[in-house]
Write a protein that binds this ligand. Structure first.
Ligand SMILES: CC(C)(COP(=O)(O)OP(=O)(O)OC[C@H]1O[C@@H](n2cnc3c(N)ncnc32)[C@H](O)[C@@H]1OP(=O)(O)O)[C@@H](O)C(=O)NCCC(=O)NCCS
Length: 176
């Protein structure tokens, strides 16, 4: 049975830090632009694109969040998500969403997002908001199925000399 519950720092950090945060995809979104417009076009990638989200100090990153939820299947931790409220624009920002690779496509990501929505609805927040990348085709498909809409993009977000070089930040929102 799937349980969504708040993070317990003492017990949960080590298993979360051991998660495989990578994904592999055989398609991505190419950003086509003109002077005043952008369009996303699905395109195949061969060989498949692989990315791993790396955290230097996951414990420090998670400490900064307002709410961190974990998904438990039986006694196994199989996913987590975290949110932080921005009072100036009343957005609840989703900072992490990871499901253990062997447990994907079983409804766990959706369960975590619904947990975040339930938390956010008890606050002043007006929407959930997040960033992913044009390369993360699985996440884009997931967010669309989970009730988010594309609300913007930033082709200058990633440093061309840094780990996200060549990627475009895509922003998604779900009204509460
Ligand atoms: C993105 C991620 C969190 C989705 O979690 P999940 O538990 O596999 O998703 P769910 O099983 O809850 O799927 C919910 C819906 O999204 C769809 N979906 C999920 N992954 C998909 C994929 N790879 N391609 C197409 N649709 C997908 C499901 O089919 C389901 O659709 P439904 O409405 O028909 O039921 C998971 O793939 C993951 O951890 N990826 C690696 C880390 C990552 O990229 N995180 C996001 C960083 S921004």
């Amino acid at each position: 049975m799937l349980t969504i519950r708040p993070f317990e720092p003492g017990e949960d950090l080590a298993p979360l830090a051991a998660f495989d945060t990578s994904f592999v995809t055989d398609r991505t979104y190419r950003v086509q632009r003109t002077a005043f417009s952008f369009a996303l076009e699905e395109e195949p990638v061969n060989p498949p694109f692989r990315k791993t989200y790396i955290f230097d100090d996951l414990g420090a990153e998670l400490k900064d969040l307002d709410q961190l939820l974990v998904a438990e299947l039986g006694s196994e931790l199989v996913g987590y998500t975290g949110v932080k409220y921005e009072s100036w624009n009343r957005r609840m920002v989703v900072w992490h969403l990871y499901v253990a690779s062997q447990h994907r496509k079983k409804g766990i990501g959706r369960g975590l997002i619904e947990g975040a929505v339930a938390y956010a609805r008890k606050t002043e927040a007006r929407c959930l908001w997040l960033e992913t990348q044009n390369t993360n085709y699985p996440a884009v498909r997931f967010y669309l199925r989970a009730g988010f809409r594309l609300c913007g993009l930033d082709e200058s977000l990633y440093d061309p000399r840094g780990p996200g070089r060549g990627e475009v930040g895509l922003f998604f929102a779900r009204d509460l």
